[in-house]
Design a protein around this ligand. Structure first.
Ligand code: FNR
Length: 187
């Protein structure tokens, strides 16, 4: 199984990127997790889109198409989803004819880390209508959110909080079982 992890933060020490790296180490050997960022993806501009989608957008689309499932690691900004990640998903959703092949029936898991105490719960809730309109199949059998992320990783980005590791492993095991049972429709 191939999972594409997308994190919605551009900064070098991103806790959401580190969360996906931690997830990679907790998955069984037969499950591959590729971690993708959104660097190089410009702000959505329909005029640019009309002239042809930028190469980083096309490259991310190819990664999505190769994936059996998506794992989104979302930061929380001002009690909602972050614009950087929404912008990336918006590019992927154009033209609308691409929505079924990129997102339709594709399984997705949602996790997130924040330095605040809300632990991305509001960001995760804000993604629900977006996933619904795109036709993604969200695994809802478990949740993973992390508060006070700055206290849970070491200086190298390794997840050192044992409770978080155990909760992430439990989340991943349920998500992988779901993705295996309900495989994304492959193009
Ligand atoms: C934040 N942060 C934040 N955290 C939170 O738990 N709830 C929130 O509403 C917000 N709001 C917010 C707004 C803006 C503009 C910024 C820049 C930050 C803090 C956020 O959790 C923290 O910056 C994380 O480190 C972001 O994730 P990455 O970049 O580490 O992946």
């Amino acid at each position: 199984m191939r999972i594409l992890g997308i994190h919605g933060s551009l900064r070098k020490g991103s806790y959401n990127q580190a969360l996906l790296e931690a997830a990679r180490g907790l998955l069984p050997d037969e499950v591959e997790l590729e971690v993708a960022g959104l660097h190089g993806i410009p702000l959505y501009d329909a005029d640019v889109d009309a002239q042809g989608q930028p190469e980083p957008v096309l490259a991310l689309k190819e990664k999505v198409l190769r994936a059996d499932a998506l794992l989104i690691a979302t930061p929380e900004y001002n009690a909602s989803l972050p614009g950087v990640l929404k912008n990336g998903i918006d590019w992927l959703s154009r033209p609308p004819a691409d929505i079924p092949r990129l997102f339709g029936d594709r399984t997705v898991g949602l996790i997130g880390a924040s330095t605040g105490l809300r632990a991305t719960q509001l960001a995760q809730a804000a993604w629900l209508p977006v996933f619904r309109v795109l036709g993604l199949v969200l695994w809802t059998g478990g949740q993973f959110n992390m508060a006070s992320a700055h206290q849970k990783f070491d200086a190298t980005g390794r997840l050192i909080d044992e409770d978080s590791r155990a909760r992430l492993q439990k989340f991943l095991s349920g998500f992988v079982a779901f993705a295996a049972r309900i495989p994304s429709r492959r193009t």
